[in-house]
Design a protein around this ligand. Sequence first.
Ligand code: BYC
Length: 334
Amino acid sequence: MYAQNVDTGVTRLRSKDELSDAEREFQDRIDNDIRIEPKDWMPEGYRKTLIRQISQHAHSEIVGQLPEGNWLTRAPSLKRKLILLAKVQDEAGHGLYLYSAAETLGVSRDEMQDALHTGKAKYSSIFNYPTLTWADIGAIGWLVDGSAIINQVPICRCSFGPYARAMVRVCKEESFHQRQGFDIMMTLAQGTPEQKQMAQDSLNRWWWPSIMMHGPRDEDSVNSAQSMEWKIKLFTNDELRQKFIDQTVPQAEYLGLTIPDPDLKWNEETGHYDYGEPNWDEFWQVLKGHGPCNRERLQARVDAHENGAWVREAAVAYADKQAAKRSTAVSQVA
Ligand code: BYC
């Protein structure tokens, strides 16, 4: 993953007195929970921040199909294969809703895809890790989709209408994904000692990447302050990370699996789990394109795009023929 080089123009949070009349009116709408729609006036920074986040989100859904797609032909039963196929197809659908939501902001699908294929656009760090065993499919559903739900349920209430509405259906589907992942983990955890060990190994490998998936610590999150002011984000990265940990630890206990964090401890005073520090150096390395699978993931997307060129060409040729037929029909009527 490489630097996206998107200059959203947002350098620091300005006080209301420093805003222009139009910006103040816009901020008042946000403060009063009035949704912003594509045809409404919006500050350029708001538009660019949304394009950045929604397109990254769309790319994550699309690239996110790859680690799981790896196990479609090796699922342990027909039933598991059907469920996984449905899940991977859902992710493609999520990508499409999100690209459509971003297009309402004036960016084209081609521009967004080009940014992904040339390595300019980011996508979630989590998808740069390999799926080595079937248990990883369980861990992804349980931990990665679990994280996604915690992040995305608040986005259903974000300030931009098309993004908020797209998230409603996405969250319903993510909830099925999380359940299917937990179900795989439960089957393995209650299976033979080897199967239980397989589940534990995959928890060991996916725990920290899932913790880091929520983004950098709040003090290193350059976009949070402005995004929260604009209600593009409703909670900070650390708040969502804590929520994920508090929700997931009892689930791991139920499975009889151990979370690989020696510092994980219930804190009576705060009413939350304390947890250890993730390896942030690893996180930033993955973002710079040096994760275990960055190259492979990007190449797979570029190959898919190139191999699909004939479909796009055929669709354009068909659309041109239809348009020509329509214009002949119109000129005959006239
Ligand atoms: N990976 O200022 P910050 C899914 C970047 S799909 C990569 O905190 P922000 C699923 C960040 O972009 C899951 N990059 O940023 C799919 C920024 O760089 P830029 C995807 C990351 O935006 C298929 C810089 O670090 N979910 O679950 O305020 C199968 C500083 O960060 C990451 C979404 O996209 C990361 N993990 O907050 C299964 C949800 N974290 O852009 C499952 C929507 C941070 O300035 N997105 N960066 O160059 C969000 O909620 C926010 O964008 C984030 C980051 C919380 C992710």
